[in-house]
Design a protein around this ligand. Structure first.
Ligand code: NAD
Length: 355
């Protein structure tokens, strides 16, 4: 990788410190600066990147001609303002999720990136997860059959945020994966939630995406839950997959499970989609075969994400999680928020690629 560019990380809090560590490992002295308003966060950054310059002013990042790319990992409420200022100053930007808190702000960022011919990337980390990419391969190869439905559970006790609700904090990851795996944009979204800790912000949200052709996706996010779960389940007509990101090994399991229709000695047709199903209903058979635990690369997804950012800068490539990808996820988020506000009614949405 050519490394003629310098990078700054803005926001070195609980998550941003990981960006500092990985940028330091990948770039060495090319990690030019860490910016944070907190002394504690800056001191922490020094422990993982001792030679890095620190500042409390975003202006220092913007004015440094040797900083040509900025990773923004300050709170979501700062993403639009900081991203816009950096892009207008001619810096490439990797902005943590959510790209912004409103799709109009995300569109403004896309416009700034386009006008200034800079890379705009969003930190939809799971799209760089080797397990998620293996699931996508399984779907593409037809191995799991037709995807019927999928659901995600991202629940824990804490971290409770005051600026955004549990849905905005946690669901962007899962929604980005839902769009990536289905390769579809939902036609409608609904959500219900409960405000148990704060009167204003839901702590638990159940949301539901409907796609054309009957495919459905469901998500559960909460920061008030006894479980600590980060789990995806994908049910196909032939096989089923569980991706459990809390497991240290064996994160992915592919189950040869399903319902089939016996059509002769030892022959099974996978359901659904068998036209004769109605007339052969007595021959339905539960198939409960082998479980495959594929070997998945242990490379940290954040490392892969940053590598992609630097590669896009040096080679002028389009990131997998570009600004448009961030905008699509935001459109789903906004529709879900509207449904939450209206007591759970389904909200129709359109992809509106060029909006
Ligand atoms: N991709 C992921 O898996 C993932 C995981 C966790 C968090 N995140 C995202 O990363 C971002 C940060 O989350 P976090 O958990 O680290 O939050 P955090 O509150 O721990 O850290 C935010 C940091 O930004 C700093 N900051 C705030 N305002 C600033 C300003 N004006 N100038 C400079 N620094 C400022 C704060 O001092 C703090 O150190 C959020 O957008 C969050 O959604 C992403």
């Amino acid at each position: 990788m050519k490394q003629e560019f310098g990078v700054a990380v803005v926001g070195s809090g609980k998550w941003g410190i990981n960006h500092v560590r990985i940028a330091s490992q990948l770039l060495g002295e090319r990690l030019r600066m860490v910016c944070d308003v907190s002394d504690k966060a800056l001191a922490q950054a020094k422990t993982v990147a001792p030679a890095v310059r620190t500042t409390k002013q975003l202006g220092d990042v913007i004015l440094d001609p040797e900083v040509s790319a900025v990773i923004i990992a300050s709170g979501a409420e700062t993403h639009h303002d900081f991203g816009k200022r950096c892009l207008e100053a001619g810096k490439h930007c990797l902005i943590e999720k959510p790209l912004a808190l409103r799709s109009t702000d995300a569109m403004d960022l896309l416009d700034a990136a386009q006008r200034n011919k800079r890379i705009l990337m969003v930190g939809h980390l799971l799209l760089y997860h080797p397990a998620v990419n293996r699931i996508r391969q399984e779907i593409h190869s037809g191995n799991i059959g037709q995807v019927l439905y999928l659901y995600s559970q991202r629940v824990n006790l804490g971290t409770i945020r005051r600026e955004e609700n549990a849905f905005w904090s946690l669901a962007p990851h899962d929604i980005s994966v839902m769009l990536y795996l289905t390769e579809q944009f939902p036609v409608s979204v609904s959500a219900i939630g409960g405000k148990f800790i704060s009167k204003n912000l839901p702590d638990v949200v159940f949301y539901h995406l409907e796609f054309e052709g009957g495919l459905i996706a469901h998500g559960h996010v909460s920061w008030l839950d006894p479980h600590k779960m980060r789990k995806f389940t994908i049910v196909g007509s032939r096989k089923m997959i569980i991706f459990d990101d809390m497991e240290s090994t064996g994160k992915l399991k592919i189950f040869d499970k399903g319902v089939g229709l016996e059509i002769g000695e030892g022959d099974l047709l996978s359901l659904p989609g068998v036209p004769e199903m109605q007339s052969h209903v007595n021959q339905l058979t539960i198939r409960d075969g082998d479980i495959l635990i594929p070997k998945i690369s242990q490379t940290e997804p954040l490392r892969i994400e940053q590598q992609q950012f630097y590669e896009c800068i040096t080679k002028g490539k389009k990131p997998l999680t570009d600004g448009q990808n961030g905008l699509l996820v935001l459109r789903v988020m906004e529709a879900a928020q509207e449904s939450l506000d209206k007591g759970g009614i389904p909200i129709p949405i359109k992809e509106m690629k060029d909006a």
